[in-house]
Ligand binder design. Structure first.
Ligand code: FMN
Ligand code: SF4
Ligand code: SF4
Length: 244
């Protein structure tokens, strides 16, 4: 059983590569929305959490899902934190949150993936194929370690409060807008994991003050019509091939 969250596909890509034949992949955003937070782990299965780091911490969907999870029969629980550079201690934050539910996180892995942080600076999607090749090798190692249930102490979520405070500062949706090149396809609204976008009069509107800042709306728009303030115009977008 693998719980995943993804904005631009990296974490779904990793979750799919880690999943054994028939293993269930559960989208944490959809599960949280529908209130499905109780799971019975099939005998002999491991439990994975695969998600991106944001601002060195865990986003609110993963945080809230982990904080409301009832996991029955879990023997070995691991995390794979996908990142563009440094996940810092996101695994530790998840560990603490899961501990509140009586769930032990036995190991947390860092997985370098193409960076999708284009809301903050320009990114380099042309480097993605090479990064994904290296990620595939690391995923093989993770698969091996998970199947042998290898444990390693996950250090606690130090600096959790300041990083979560910084993260929450960047979560404002004020600044998102669609340019005239928008064709009204509605993809941005469909892919938003927290329902922050609604189509009104054939154009997207950001209807919540805050979102999780996953970058899906801005990176996945086929017209590159979504912008955040003035700073994202002309910047590269990134979408993992698993979503194409
Ligand atoms: C709002 C935001 C904050 C991010 N913060 C970090 C970070 O602190 N450290 C890091 O290494 N990568 C950071 N990233 C990059 C993503 O974690 C990375 O590209 C991830 O693999 C994206 O996963 P996804 O495609 O499954 O959404 C950030 C991305 C976004 C959108
Ligand atoms: S994804 Fe882009 S083109 Fe489609 S509705 Fe949203 S802004 Fe418009
Ligand atoms: S509004 Fe855009 S960046 Fe924010 S959560 Fe929705 S899809 Fe992600």
């Amino acid at each position: 059983m693998i719980f995943y969250f993804t904005g631009t596909g990296n974490s779904l890509y990793a979750a799919k590569k880690l999943a054994k034949k028939g293993e269930r992949l559960i989208d944490m955003a959809a599960a949280l929305k529908s209130g499905e937070t109780t799971y019975i782990v099939p005998t002999g299965e491991t439990v994975g959490f695969v998600f991106p780091v944001y601002c060195f911490t865990v986003n609110d969907v993963v945080y809230d899902f982990a904080g409301s999870l009832d996991l029955i029969g879990a023997e070995y629980v691991y995390a794979v934190v996908t990142c563009g550079g440094d996940p810092f201690n996101a695994g530790g934050v998840l560990k603490k949150r899961l501990a509140e539910r009586g769930i032990v996180l036995s190991r947390s892995f860092k997985l370098m993936m193409p960076d999708n942080s284009m809301l903050f600076y320009d990114i380099h999607p042309e480097k993605a194929p090479e990064i994904l090749r290296k990620a595939d090798k690391k995923l093989n190692v993770i698969r091996y370690l998970v199947s042998h249930r290898k444990e390693r102490k996950v250090s606690g979520g130090c600096m959790e409060k300041p990083f979560r405070a910084v993260y929450h500062l960047v979560c404002s949706t004020k600044g998102f807008h669609a340019e005239d090149s928008c064709i009204g396809c509605g993809l941005c609204a469909r892919v938003c994991p927290v329902g922050a976008i609604e189509m009104r009069g054939g154009r997207p509107e950001w209807v919540k003050d805050k979102c999780v800042k996953c970058s899906a709306c801005i990176c996945r728009c086929p017209q590159q019509a979504v912008q955040f303030g003035k700073r994202t115009k002309g910047r590269n977008r990134y979408v993992n091939p698993v979503l194409k």
